[in-house]
Design a protein around this ligand. Structure first.
Ligand SMILES: Cc1cc2nc3c(=O)[nH]c(=O)nc-3n(C[C@H](O)[C@H](O)[C@H](O)COP(=O)(O)OP(=O)(O)OC[C@H]3O[C@@H](n4cnc5c(N)ncnc54)[C@H](O)[C@@H]3O)c2cc1C
Length: 540
């Protein structure tokens, strides 16, 4: 995957692209893979880095959504469970099965959740994981060594999937590129090209050089997540809001707060929310919240009430509770939720995601979740073929392996996310002794990985490496700040950049990463939502 060669292909494209996608999150990247796999000529532009938006800020679960069962939304759960199974098969290097325990503190909770989870097992059918079962108090305490024992009566264990969200996004960009798509990060769509009132392409700006590009296409897919309304308004100034953004935050703790290999799930906190504490990359991710947001931003920050909610519940369910100083990172993400009523005028292909085709032909897709990205892509590319006047073709991604797929067990933990590329990454590091040392004592990464990210994964900035190629920013925000100068130096050598570039990168990264340091005032949301006095709402 190479940025310059993708740009060259865009500049020299004589014919319009068949499918042009705006937005490089799960939805857009999945669509690029789907369309390219069908043999279409595909281009994707992302204004920042791949997965900079919501797609790197999830709870990292590949799940059917146990809580949708409570709402009786069986078709949604069925679809997600099917996709869970497919993703586990097609990206086995990034997805793993994980056991979740729901601790019970009231006599009826065990049987109540136990029955629901049997339905969940049954719906998964042949793509099911290990079946759920009830646990005694002793078994629960053995699996969740740090859970609050007072009044604990037992628990229920069930299985779901877990993954690395940003790494999957990078692998999807590589898959699309392997299939011939032109994919470019740091290239923003700033306008639409129209002919006789119909969308015929986009105007894009390369954020690195300022170059303006006119990219012509037979169909344009708006996959910009919580920003879909911006593009819809470029198309038609009178268009109504389709998306309401909802913020969710997570804190990241050292592993000692949840030792063992089992996640903790609280289906209903006292104020009606779902809470997860999940082991991930030798840390524990705890969240989340559900707070309405009026102005979406690429770098949302946690509200005071959200921080209090997550911390107080972590302290309530864990005997050894975390103090503020224990938090390694705090991050926030925005869910693109389709507004009630908005779907009335849409061709809703599933209850979870929404596809809307404007009179101009602009196709917007939003909603859904990471787990169902492949099905969303299938549905929207079907629409794109119609809009573009292409012959309808069959989706090919159900059994298609994602870049990096392997079943081999990779011994080095830090190289596992590279899957089938791990040997080449190791080979690169073996080629020079200067590339083998770790980036930082508190982080699992090695210097040579940075070189790999620049050469093969389109990393352009220190943030790309520390936030989405590695996950240093969420594993330990302070350590990631300390290693930023080293990363900037390695990248500058690869990209042929100056000392000024290095200094600028370190300053930019430090300012950004301070927002993830829980005890730093920069990590708190102080305007927008807070000023409006908005409160986190109950989870749907
Ligand atoms: C707190 C939280 C927890 C979640 N947990 C889970 C989970 O555990 N499992 C699960 O399955 N799902 C989960 N989800 C849902 C999942 O993360 C989202 O559904 C998914 O990431 C949305 O992807 P997207 O591509 O639609 O949006 P995004 O990832 O936001 O991508 C949109 C992209 O468009 C780009 N863009 C915007 N405007 C332009 C422009 N003009 N030009 C070019 N590019 C542009 C943005 O920069 C962005 O990168 C969670 C969501 C949240 C918020």
């Amino acid at each position: 995957m190479n940025r310059e060669s993708s740009l060259d292909r865009i500049r020299s494209a004589g014919e319009p692209f068949d499918v042009l996608i705006v937005g490089g999150g799960a939805t857009g990247l999945g669509s690029a893979v789907d369309a390219a796999a069908r043999g279409h000529k595909v281009c994707l532009v992302e204004q920042h880095d791949f997965a900079k938006g919501t797609s790197s800020r999830s709870t990292k679960l590949v799940h059917g959504g146990v809580r949708y069962l409570r709402q009786g939304n069986i078709s949604l759960v069925l679809e997600a469970l099917r996709e869970r199974g497919r993703l586990a098969q097609n990206a086995s290097h990034l997805v793993r099965e994980l056991a979740f325990v729901i601790p019970s503190y009231k006599w009826w909770e065990g049987p109540f959740y136990g029955v629901g989870l049997k339905v969940y097992d049954h719906l998964a059918g042949k793509l099911g994981l290990e079946p759920s079962r009830m646990l005694s108090r002793e078994e629960t305490l053995r699996l969740l060594a740090n859970v609050e024992p007072k009044n604990l009566t037992g628990g229920v264990i069930y299985h779901d999937g877990q993954f690395d969200d940003a790494r999957l996004a990078i692998n999807l960009a590589q898959t699309a590129s392997d299939l011939g798509a032109a994919v470019v990060n740091y290239c923003r769509c700033v306008g639409l090209v129209k002919e006789a009132g119909l969308v015929a392409g986009i105007l894009a700006r390369d954020a690195e050089t300022g170059e303006e590009l006119t990219i012509r296409a037979r169909s344009v897919i708006n996959a910009t997540g919580v920003f879909v309304d911006e593009l819809r308004r470029l198309d038609d100034r009178r268009s109504q809001h389709l998306v309401a953004a909802s913020q969710g935050i997570h804190i990241v703790l050292p592993r000692e707060f949840l030792p063992g290999e089992t996640a903790l799930m609280v289906p209903k906190t006292a104020d009606g929310r779902v809470l997860f504490a999940v082991p991930w990359h030798d840390r524990v991710v705890v969240g989340t919240t559900d707070t309405p947001v009026s102005e979406p931003s690429l770098e949302p920050r946690a509200l005071g009430e959200e921080r209090d909610f997550v911390m107080s519940h972590a302290r309530r369910f864990l005997v050894k509770g975390p103090s503020d100083g224990d938090v390694l990172s705090v991050f926030a993400g925005l869910r693109p939720l389709v507004r009630a009523g908005g779907a009335a005028s849409t061709a809703a292909l599933s209850r979870d995601h929404t596809i809307l085709v404007a009179p101009s032909g602009l196709i917007t897709i939003t909603g859904g979740k990471w787990t169902t990205y492949r099905k969303m892509a299938e549905d929207v590319v079907d629409q794109a073929e119609t809009v573009a006047g292409l012959d309808a073709t069959r989706c090919r991604t159900e059994d298609m392996r994602v870049h990096g797929w392997t079943r081999d067990r990779i011994p080095e933990a830090n190289l596992r996310p590279y899957g089938s590329d791990a040997a080449a990454v190791a080979g690169l590091m073996g080629s020079s002794p200067s590339l083998a040392p770790k980036l930082h004592a508190a982080l699992p990464y090695q210097r040579g990985e940075v070189v790999w990210h620049v050469r093969h994964e389109m990393a352009r900035s220190v943030e790309d490496v520390l936030s989405r190629r590695t996950r240093a920013l969420v594993l330990d925000a302070r350590a990631s700040i300390e290693t930023a100068p080293l990363v900037a130096g390695l990248m500058a050598a690869e990209l042929g950049r100056t000392k000024e570039w290095e200094a600028g990168q370190v300053a930019q990264y430090t300012a950004l990463a301070r927002r993830y340091v829980f005890t730093d005032p920069a990590s708190r949301e102080t305007h927008a939502m807070a000023k409006e006095g908005r409160k986190p709402r109950r989870t749907r």
